[in-house]
Design a protein around this ligand. Sequence first.
Ligand SMILES: [Zn+2]
Length: 249
Amino acid sequence: MRQSVRKHYRKLAQFAALGNLGWGELFRHNDFPELQKLKPEAEHRPLLRRINRAFDSRFRALRPQAEVPPLFFPDWISCSPEVRQQLYAYALLRRVFDSLRFLTQRMGGLKSGGQSMQLFLEVRESKDGSMLRVRDPYEDFLAVLSDCDLRRLRSCPVCGHFFVAWRMDQTACSKRCANRLRVARFRQRQPQYSANRKFRKRTGLSAVRQGRHQLMELNQALAEAENHELQKPEALSEAAELRSWKAQK
Ligand SMILES: [Zn+2]
């Protein structure tokens, strides 16, 4: 069963890993511009090279063909042929990243919703002079999404990276992040745990697996009621006055 989930979600996991290149840029270089704000022949030259290298080493299968001039980029004409190719790779990464962010955020508690994404219409002339459409690799990403239960697509609460949950109860991207999450949650609940221990010590009750919090709440409510009565001297004195008035009658 586990194996078949891995097989079925392998391509989605690959796109999630691709999207994480965006987080890598943001965490390490604090810069991951939208396509329109990219300065490919100036300040963003190293960024484009890094992304390009990552496509070569880890995401060769996802690399766009980049057969035609990137007319989607306003200043494409002033770019070198090498950069024009890299623009395609960057455009795919940026769109996958934005899509994964949309898919892993909670849409304000809604169970359904949509957002607008750019799809490139690319055409080229073939050898016999006919005009053909070239497939945009973002379409492959959309096709992979159509075949998956997108609840498995998540962003790690510890490191923020996108991941595919192989098990539905998987809460973090890796064992390391899952451990850190457990420790953080334990610390958060520490006051509750020590209250539980004190309660058991005071009452001599052993730890219960279920219904412990109801027991704790009941105990707390009783203790509060006791305190409330003790801390209301006016109420007590009123009652005493009433009693003595009744006795006089
Ligand atoms: Zn993580």
